[in-house]
Design a protein around this ligand. Structure first.
Ligand code: ZN
Length: 241
């Protein structure tokens, strides 16, 4: 009987394979079955995400204000609001812990499509993914910010560069520390080794989620120290408001 079941299952799988649908994929938010045309999300979840709609803002956004008085930033864009238990948390979890790197590219492409329509983003020369520690990249299989940058790059058409930035130290949990202690904690975690001259370029850092902004602040200080005439913008998939 079991053998018969196996034969039935293989036959069914083969039929689905011939139809180009071997593993019906599931929506990463509601787990509903996806049609072959959907990428990662069903149409309902796709329209129902916690979008920031920052591209429609004429005034400064909360992400812009986060960096005021800390480091000079040309412009920022965050795609989704992060709320505890919300759909953005599920998306970030999928991106970081389930080997589903494609979700990073899918959202990167969405972001790229939006920024392509905004003329203030048209002079970005390079996309710079925020580095993660090589050990973390190895266990995860990728740096999620690189995948987001890849998606943005296909729509926006500008290349990805690391500037020789590397994360040299694991960061301990930052949730229990105040802003200044946190900054101390991340300040010495990155190194910059590239000797090309990036002065005069407009670069956009790409990150998965912005919370306190401490990591980006530290990276921006490091980059500006070496290239004082570089202009820096920030793009993130999510913002924990
Ligand atoms: Zn769904």
């Amino acid at each position: 009987m079991e053998v018969l079941y196996c034969i039935h299952k293989i036959t069914a799988d083969l039929k689905r394979y011939q139809e180009g649908n071997i593993f019906p994929e599931k929506c990463i938010v509601c787990q509903g079955e996806l049609s072959p045309h959907d990428a990662q999300l069903c149409p309902f979840c796709l329209t129902d995400l916690d979008y920031t709609h920052y591209e429609k803002y004429l005034e400064a956004s909360k992400v812009d204000k986060l960096f005021w008085g800390r480091v000079p930033v040309e412009q920022t864009y965050s795609h989704l609001f992060f709320k505890k238990g919300g759909s953005t948390q599920q998306i970030l979890h999928e991106l970081k812990y389930t080997f589903n790197g494609q979700v990073g590219r899918t959202f990167g492409e969405q972001i790229g499509h939006i920024l392509k329509e905004k003329k203030e983003w048209s002079d970005v020369d390079l996309l710079v993914p925020v580095p993660i520690h090589p050990k973390k990249a190895f266990s995860r299989g990728y740096n999620q910010s690189v995948l987001i940058a890849e998606g943005i790059s296909t729509s926006l058409g500008c290349p990805i560069q690391t500037l020789g930035l590397k994360k040299t130290r694991h960061t301990t949990s930052q949730t229990q520390k105040g802003r200044f202690l946190r900054w101390d904690n991340v300040n010495n975690n990155f190194s910059l080794t590239n000797n090309d001259d990036f002065n005069g370029k407009h670069i956009a850092f790409v990150d998965d989620v912005i919370t306190t902004g401490a990591t980006l602040e530290s990276l921006i200080r490091l980059v500006l120290d070496k290239y004082p005439d570089i202009r820096i913008s920030i793009i993130s998939l999510a913002f924990a408001a």
